[in-house]
Design a protein around this ligand. Sequence first.
Ligand SMILES: NC(=O)c1ccc[n+]([C@@H]2O[C@H](COP(=O)([O-])OP(=O)(O)OC[C@H]3O[C@@H](n4cnc5c(N)ncnc54)[C@H](OP(=O)(O)O)[C@@H]3O)[C@@H](O)[C@H]2O)c1
Length: 395
Amino acid sequence: MSAVMSTSKISNAGAQISGKASHAAKVVRLQAPCARIPSIAMPVARSPLVIAAAAATAPAPSASLADQFKPNAVARVPPTQQKQTAIITGASSGLGLNAAKALAATGEWHVVMACRDFLKAEKAAKAIGMPAGSYSILHLDLSSLESVRQFVANFKATGRRLDALICNAAVYLPTAKEPRFTADGFELSVGTNHLGHFLLANLLLDDLKNAPNKQPRCIIVGSITGNTNTLAGNVPPKANLGDLSGLASGVTIANPMMDGKEFDGAKAYKDSKVACMMTVRQMHERFHESTGVTFASLYPGCIAETGLFREHYGIFKTLFPPFQKYVTKGYVSEEEAGRRLAQVISDPKLNKSGAYWSWSSSKGSFENQVSEEVADDAKAAKLWDLSAKLVGLSA
Ligand SMILES: NC(=O)c1ccc[n+]([C@@H]2O[C@H](COP(=O)([O-])OP(=O)(O)OC[C@H]3O[C@@H](n4cnc5c(N)ncnc54)[C@H](OP(=O)(O)O)[C@@H]3O)[C@@H](O)[C@H]2O)c1
């Protein structure tokens, strides 16, 4: 234990992560007897959270614990001899967890669960029956750009190949009266769902480009609620990025909404999903030809029982699932939604770059139309430039 605590410090994401660090220390104790052996790479011994993952397979914590899991030890396995690797953000519950399970169950993928709560992710992976060795967990808090950068450094240091990046994590704050903010001062929904993933996807682009897999993919989960060309997308408040003046001023406390208008938690989520879908399209335009990476988005269906609705009113949480099941018929189980996401990650037939995938009971998967705003490439280019500045990728 002392080795864990002394070999590294979490410096990147403030109080929330510091709190998780003590979880990590506990994980060492809790997991030590278990024989979970990730197939190739152990996460780099850089943060206590990562060391905790490694410690799960170590005979006993010792002074040389960090040495046992040095990144160069795993980097010796050539990428072509490693299993395909997918990083899934927010894999500790709902869609991400079920997609992780579906991929891992094929035996052909190693899933890196990129999660902010290490212990929750570990428990969830075990509870859902992910085979030992089919996954590892690396700490990522998308509400901190420093954490995103640290995650990327940690991942690269593992020596693992990267064949698919799935930007899935999200927060939804429909009942919030006041905005909340990320470590960098961005409104929480936009900062987490869009800007955190924007930085992550850009920083991992080279790894995807170099994937031994001939069909590397970057998938950003979209939503029907951001698409005003659908019935669901027309339920107020409607998504609308306006002139992007709020984003231009940093979506800070002075101006938390991307359109520069008054704060609305439900709209902030929908706007963030529009931004996610525009980002995928921009990535396709900018990088598909030069990198060979497929960039796509999807709407997996209404997964009415996931943690996404955790902040909603109780009555909503009770009535929403039956409403989706029996009235709109848009309901999909977490397991089925996970299979759909796994399909977009791995099915050779769903390898079209720039696509937005949906499912229907009669057709199965099909390429859907995006809203006029999502399809506005000039606006998307402006969104790209502003986002790049905010996350520090351009001056
Ligand atoms: N549910 C639906 O009906 C529906 C429909 C369309 C699209 N989607 C999309 O599906 C995706 C997954 O949502 P879900 O329904 O599966 O909800 P969920 O169960 O709440 O999953 C969201 C995940 O995001 C993680 N997360 C939140 N903030 C994070 C942060 N700062 N850093 C890292 N991870 C963070 C959560 O981690 P914790 O476990 O630590 O909280 C959780 O694992 C989202 O992109 C959502 O927009 C959902």
